[in-house]
Design a protein around this ligand. Structure first.
Ligand code: MN
Length: 329
């Protein structure tokens, strides 16, 4: 899997690492682990992302090694890089503001990822859809190079693993995931410390926002679907951010009989963000794909650049039809 990538990495000097818009623990943890490893290999890496680092992941970035894309400052860096490593995505549009600069650069692009959708963004790809997190592939990458893990890499990879596996509970979690986690603990990772950084730094505003999301939950299709929403006013009145909604959609699956859960929220621009979660055989990825969204079988997202309320009503209808036709008994 890493043979061709190995040759390219060994013969290259400057690297730009990046991940998707609104990065999560897996995207950021994978970047920090890879960055630290490339430094050990005496390479010159930079991490440049479309979006800033969300508050709960700032502990991964104490020296501000993760930079937020500024065209004036970074376009020359992207243009001159030998290699651009795109982590945790394989479709260029999810690079958002950075898409043009990345695609126009003569640099070789390597994708390391575990998503199903792929538009040929990478010249070289290490994509394993069965992997529960990109971090597992980064771990394998470092092992392939016979690299040594240090505590910084271990903390970054552990953060990525717990966030993308829902603390090791999602279906994609496999024995290898736990074996890797065990090794990371032996290197000094304290699970409770990482959990506290990521999941216990919320403001009271975030709890109030969650309260609103819970209060708005509505069942459909005999409780097989549960959906909820947050409007712009819900964010402004609780002083919470869009990025604070991570994990909210999971509550829609905690209800008995619930097989498909949705959170809609209104973006800053008044558009519509849809997060879908499902259980077992219920495939939300193939639903999301019809509308330009992507993700995994049990966790997908769609961004629709259309006004929030009518779009939400329309999408609820479409999900109901999709679910009734395929899964309702
Ligand atoms: Mn991921």
């Amino acid at each position: 899997m890493f043979k061709k990538i190995e040759r390219l990495v060994k013969t290259s000097k400057s690297f730009v690492l990046t991940t998707h818009l609104n990065p999560d623990g897996d995207g950021l943890g994978s970047e920090v682990a890879m960055y630290t490893f490339l430094k050990m290999m005496k390479k010159k890496p930079r991490i440049i992302n479309t979006s800033p680092v969300p508050k709960q992941y700032r502990f991964l970035n104490p020296k501000n090694e993760i930079e937020t894309y500024d065209p004036v400052k970074h376009d020359p860096v992207i243009k001159k890089a030998d290699v651009i490593m795109v982590l945790d995505i394989s479709v260029s549009k999810r690079l958002d503001r950075m898409q043009q600069a990345v695609m126009a650069s003569p640099a070789k692009r390597i994708c390391i990822d575990h998503h199903l959708d792929n538009d040929g963004l990478g010249h070289l790809n290490c994509v394993d859809e069965k992997s529960p997190a990109t971090a597992e592939l980064i771990y394998n990458f470092i092992k392939h190079f016979k690299g040594k893990l240090n505590l910084k890499i271990a903390q970054a990879l552990y953060t990525a693993l717990i966030t993308d596996t829902g603390n090791f509970r999602f279906n994609a979690t496999r024995p290898a995931t736990h074996l890797i986690a065990a090794e990371l603990m032996k290197l000094g990772v304290k699970p409770n410390d990482i959990y506290a950084e990521v999941f216990e730094q919320g403001s009271s505003g975030v709890m109030k926002l969650l309260g609103r999301a819970l209060a708005h939950i509505k069942p459909e299709c005999d409780g097989g679907i549960n959906w909820t929403y947050l409007k712009s006013t819900d964010f402004s009145e609780t002083s919470a951010q869009r990025s604070d909604t991570e994990g909210f959609v999971d509550y829609t699956l905690k209800i008995e009989k619930s097989n498909l859960g949705i959170l809609f929220y209104e973006t800053q621009e008044g558009f519509t963000k849809v997060s879908l979660r499902s259980k077992g055989n219920v495939d939300v990825q193939s639903f999301a794909k019809q509308f330009g969204g992507g993700g995994h079988k049990n966790a997908s997202g769609i961004t629709l650049k259309t006004p929030f309320e009518p779009t939400m009503t329309d999408m609820v209808d479409k999900v109901k039809k999709y679910y009734s036709a395929k899964y309702a008994k």
